[in-house]
Design a protein around this ligand. Structure first.
Ligand code: SF4
Ligand code: SF4
Length: 714
């Protein structure tokens, strides 16, 4: 039974349980690493971007035509002897299938893997109606025997150890099974399931594709059970979401070329089955197979009309967004999804299984962009997660206090900055005037003690600007410097390092005083209106037309200004062109140094130190900048020692690390362990937010490696 937490208190308890499961973590982690390697191999010499665009385009073209495609599919399938049904919701789909079984005098049913059947809780419905249902995919059978839902969309039993499976098989068969005897367990499954196939009157499958031009369905599997389910019993029912409709076989092949590669790193699955029409069947009294296809709406047609969230219907259920998610890899699918798992699960749960089942899990996203990077359908998953979070808040009609405070502060720049200046004084008893707050106030709770907090700077960067600014005669470039809150109020020294590097390169730097927070924290908290208001303040303050570039040292700000600002004002003609101009001028520090200033080795310091590098999510995945910072490090004569999983998130995620310290701390620990293994003396990164998380974590370690922004190191 699926028990998704419906409030944060229960959810936190569940998360703690999962974090305490060392098998789960090791197994998901091992899987995550091997997946990365096999996926990379599977896409070798292929243009993933091109393939992804192809899928996105085909899906987007099909979505507004779903009803038309359904009509075309129905005409062609019925001509070939298949009965096509349409169910508006889960209950109707289950009733249709149960009625088919009753009418056909069915007793025993075998099922192949189907996420749509999981969505409708079909087994429970059929069992209530007196049918014996046996799942025949090995993983699905195991979780059926345990009476639980899948923990992954492709590998439903990935959360279980062989010991747990051996124990389960011992209980079910009454015969002792040893954890090391994998062959013995496979034999047991084969024996039990073959018997079920032979006794079955009806087989139920899902469908990966429903091809309108021919009325064909396509099923992609790795076990022979899919074929046995669809061929052996006299009745076959396929249950498919209406979003599985594609116009033609060409589109299906386009998806098929990517699906197994992205799901499991296979060029092709062991079986790809195409079924058209009702064929000959020895088990049927009529000599012909009775075949039904049930299309499920369950909110899909409404979702298809949403201008932003319709993107979620591009999903081809490859499961990759879970495989790469640092949170999924720690807590598993039962805690990072409801029926659908991982990033797409956080989104779809709201529409298919109600706000109540999404209320807690929707908040559990770091915005690290790892899911977006691998999604073969080009779905902007982190963006949609925030959109859905907003819906959940609206539906609940109550907001966390944090949201209200954040909105009040961010909307009023003067109030916000006044508060930060006052915070410097208020923190003095805790920081003692030093760089860290090591003893946190008790009200924060001990789970926040995994990192020291930085002290607010005595004099923010903006208050030092008068003494730092310099007039450059005949400047090569005129730039606006976007500081971001962390640099401005916590690490002004990073801004000073930047100035010392670029002012001597003939760059006229200006720091528009009316700039404020980029608005990402508001966006992360689903406070869209606040995020937009803050964006407008920055657009006015920075006045992009006056500058060649808008440079920032903060990867998170940079990616938000460049990627999210245009999205926020999409369809607002009075601002669209202004935002586009602004976004086109935003550039991160490393790209500015390498690609614009073409800085050479002699212009950089030469520290000779051994350094490790942390690639901020918003730089390497958000802005897609990967080579430039590494080039700067090596050009500066530093000994660059690559760490394992350099591009994995550090666990900061802005307010995420405050909301989910138990997860943030684990992700940080892994990151710092990998850095320590390199033997580096300095850990370099290019985001003040990451500096805050990494430096705070290092400060709690025995071997405290210095953490610096790349501008300081150079
Ligand atoms: S953005 Fe990162 S944390 Fe959020 S769902 Fe995607 S992979 Fe997971
Ligand atoms: S959202 Fe993208 S990555 Fe996730 S399962 Fe769907 S297609 Fe795969």
């Amino acid at each position: 039974m699926i028990q998704t937490a419906q409030d944060m208190k229960t959810y936190k308890k569940q998360l703690q349980e999962s974090l305490g499961n060392s098998f789960l973590r090791t197994s998901l982690d091992n899987f995550g690493s091997s997946y990365k390697a096999s996926r990379a191999k599977a896409f070798e010499n292929l243009d993933f971007e091109d393939m992804r665009n192809g899928i996105a385009e085909s899906k987007d073209a099909a979505l507004p035509r779903l009803e038309e495609l359904l009509e075309q599919f129905t005409g062609n399938a019925e001509k070939a002897g298949v009965k096509v049904h349409f169910a508006k919701d889960a209950e109707e789909a289950n009733t249709i299938i149960s009625d088919i079984a009753k009418k056909g005098g069915v007793k025993n049913i075998v099922k192949a893997k189907s996420m749509t059947a999981e969505e409708t809780f079909l087994n429970a419905h059929l069992e209530k109606d007196g049918f014996k249902v046996t799942e025949t995919d090995l993983g699905e059978w195991i979780i059926q025997l345990r009476n639980e839902g899948p923990s992954h969309m492709v590998m439903p039993a990935i959360h279980l150890s062989r010991g747990e499976v051996a124990e389960l098989f011992t209980t079910v068969t009454g015969k002792k099974h040893e954890p090391d005897d994998i062959n013995g367990m496979v034999k047991t499954a084969r024996r039990e399931l073959r018997q079920a196939f032979l006794e079955a009157d009806m087989g139920i499958s899902g469908a990966n594709f429903a091809i309108a031009e021919s009325g064909t369905i396509g099923i992609v599997t790795n076990e022979g059970n899919g074929r046995l389910t669809t061929t052996l019993p006299r009745i076959h029912v396929a249950l498919a979401g209406i979003d599985k409709l594609v116009p033609d076989i060409k589109t299906a092949f386009r998806i098929l070329k990517v699906l197994p590669r992205n799901a499991t790193g296979q060029a092709i699955t062991s079986y790809v089955t195409w079924i058209t029409g009702a064929v000959e069947c020895g088990a049927s009294p009529t000599g012909t197979k009775e075949r039904h296809i049930v299309f499920l709406d369950n909110g899909r047609l409404t979702l298809a009309q949403d201008p932003v969230l319709c993107e979620s219907l591009r999903c081809i259920r490859c499961g990759a967004c879970a495989n790469v998610c640092p949170i999924y890899r720690l807590v598993g699918g039962h805690k990072h999804g409801h029926v659908y798992i991982g990033a797409i699960g956080l989104i779809l749960t709201c529409f298919y299984h109600g706000v109540e089942n999404d209320r807690a899990i929707i908040r559990n996203c770091l915005n690290c962009q790892a899911c977006k990077e691998v999604c073969p359908s080009g779905i902007d998953l982190p963006h949609l997660i925030k959109k859905v979070y907003r819906r959940v808040l609206d539906a609940d009609g109550s907001k966390p206090v944090k949201n209200m405070l954040l909105s009040t502060m961010l909307r009023n720049r003067k109030l916000f900055h006044f508060f930060l200046r006052r915070a410097y004084l208020a923190q003095l008893p805790l920081s003692g005037g030093g760089p860290f707050i090591r003893h946190l106030p008790l009200l924060l709770g001990k789970e926040h003690g995994f990192r020291s907090l930085p002290a607010i700077a005595k004099t923010p960067f903006r208050d030092q600007w008068n003494t730092l600014q310099k007039q450059v005669s005949s400047p090569k470039y005129r730039i606006a410097f976007f500081g971001g809150c962390v640099l401005d109020f916590v690490y002004p020294e990073q801004g000073k390092a930047f100035l010392s590097l670029v002012q001597e390169q003939g760059v006229q730097v200006e720091f528009p005083m009316k700039q404020t927070c980029c608005g990402l924290p508001a966006m992360m908290s689903a406070e869209e209106e606040t995020a937009k208001e803050v964006a407008i303040q920055n657009l006015e303050a920075m006045d992009a037309g006056k500058y060649d570039y808008i440079v920032t040292l903060c990867a998170s700000c940079g990616s938000h200004l460049k990627e999210n600002y245009p999205k926020m004002f999409n369809g607002e003609p009075e601002l669209e062109s202004k935002v586009r101009e602004f976004a086109s001028k935003v550039i991160d520090f490393s790209s500015f140094m390498v690609n614009v200033l073409e800085i050479s080795a002699e212009n950089l310091g030469s520290g000779k130190k051994k350094v490790a590098y942390h690639a901020p999510c918003h730089l390497c995945r958000g802005l897609k900048v990967t080579e430039e910072p590494r080039k700067l490090l090596t050009d500066a004569g530093l000994e660059y020692a690559p760490a394992e999983d350099e591009d994995a998130c550090c666990g900061f995620g802005g307010s995420y690390s405050v909301d989910f310290p138990e997860i943030s701390s684990e992700i940080l620990k892994r990151k710092l362990d990998n850095v320590e293994k390199t033997g580096a003396e300095v850990l370099v990164t290019d985001c003040p937010g990451c500096v805050m998380q990494l430096r705070g974590g290092m400060d709690r370690r025995e071997r405290c490696i210095e953490v610096r922004h790349i501008a300081e190191v150079l």
